[in-house]
Design a protein around this ligand. Structure first.
Ligand SMILES: C[S@@+](CC[C@H](N)C(=O)[O-])C[C@H]1O[C@@H](n2cnc3c(N)ncnc32)[C@H](O)[C@@H]1O
Length: 334
């Protein structure tokens, strides 16, 4: 059997995963080609519909073969085949927990129909009674906290709902963008999924790893990873991308307070909570709640961050353009 532990493998995922004799993945995230004619290095993204559907069933079954009994399986898919994926999941014995819509701005321009601005993300589990779901790790500030500043609101915030509109699509100007891959997922989406459905040390598998977003984010969150892609070129580049993460380890006792890991977390948390920097930095109540959430996320680090440190860091990231555009911000009532 291949070594799937902290490895990026160049090969065909169905063949590789059907060869697995002992399930090893705690979490699988799959973002296959959508059959919409994208240009990939080694894959033709334009096949007959029935062939694509049969192939989808084959790779989903191969993934299930590699998934541990308590594992979770997320699949990103476009409109054309979302219904098929939902039904194949049922046929293969998976339980659907959420049908998530990722709504993004920067949708494609159209002339004679409404512009498409979403992707489906299915969240399945293998065993409906036993799976990992770390709710505190993904909670965000509730509207009661953000809009009404209601002190009776649950201090832990709320779980995000199943329409995700806080994660912009990666476009050309983003620092995170890897120019060598045509369609890259944002790390922030993967961070939410990985945090919710795995624990540090667990293994996260991506059978279509592309630019390496899943393995890179898993490594940043101290999970083990396994990535497969049919293109040797993408695999080679992903290894380089991972090397950069390994050269910037998470914080240690002697590390600088704003190590790259902490800056990443701050950016992700900022986007997930959809509050503008002005509001956060001007309203001590909101900044206090945000600081608490940040310190919960950084709980394994050696540092605790003050509201003032966070305020300054947010301002400097905003000034240098490194925070990225905020989608669908929420305005509070004064
Ligand atoms: C939509 S992209 C994945 C993008 C990825 N989520 C990211 O953020 O970069 C799909 C990837 O699947 C790969 N691929 C296509 N067929 C494959 C197969 N049978 N086995 C493994 N990889 C495959 C393509 O090379 C492409 O990189």
């Amino acid at each position: 059997m291949e070594n799937f532990n902290n490895n990026i493998i160049s090969g065909e995922c169905i063949e590789l995963l059907n060869g697995v004799t002992a399930p090893f993945a705690d979490l699988i995230f799959a973002d296959p080609p959508f059959n919409i004619g994208y240009k990939y290095d080694k894959y033709k993204d334009n096949v007959k519909s029935d062939k694509y559907v049969a192939w989808t069933e084959d790779w989903m079954a191969a993934c299930i073969n590699a998934l541990k009994p308590d594992g979770s399986f997320y699949i990103a898919i476009g409109d054309d085949y979302a219904a098929h994926v939902r039904l194949i999941g049922e046929k293969l014995g998976l339980t659907l927990r959420n049908w998530i819509i990722w709504h993004y701005t920067f949708g494609q321009q159209t002339k004679a129909k409404f512009a498409r601005a979403h992707t489906h993300i299915f969240y399945f589990v293998k065993n409906k009674d036993s799976f990992t779901f770390n709710d505190t790790a993904v909670r965000v500030l509730s509207d009661r906290q953000k809009i009404y500043k209601d002190k009776r609101a649950n201090p832990a915030g709320k779980l995000p709902d199943d329409v995700w509109n806080e994660f912009p699509r990666i476009c050309g100007t983003f620092e995170e963008r890897q120019g060598w891959h045509p369609c890259q997922m944002p790390e922030s989406i993967l961070a939410r999924i990985i945090r919710a459905s795995s624990n540090p040390g667990d293994l996260v598998l991506d059978p279509f790893s592309g630019s390496g977003t899943t393995p890179v984010t898993a490594a940043k969150l101290e999970r083990r990873y396994s990535g497969i892609d049919i293109s040797e070129e993408y695999v080679k580049e992903t290894r380089k991308r991972l090397q950069l993460v390994q050269n910037n380890p998470i914080e240690g006792e002697n590390s600088n307070k704003w190590a790259e890991h902490a800056i990443n977390e701050l950016k992700w948390l900022y986007h997930e909570n959809k509050i503008s920097t002005e509001q956060l930095t001007d309203e001590p109540y909101l900044l206090g709640l945000f600081t608490e959430k940040f310190n919960i996320r950084m709980k394994e680090s050696f540092h605790s961050y003050t509201a003032e440190e966070i305020r300054k860091k947010l301002r400097s990231l905003r000034k240098s353009g490194k925070l990225g555009p905020l989608q669908n911000r929420v305005k509070s009532k004064n």
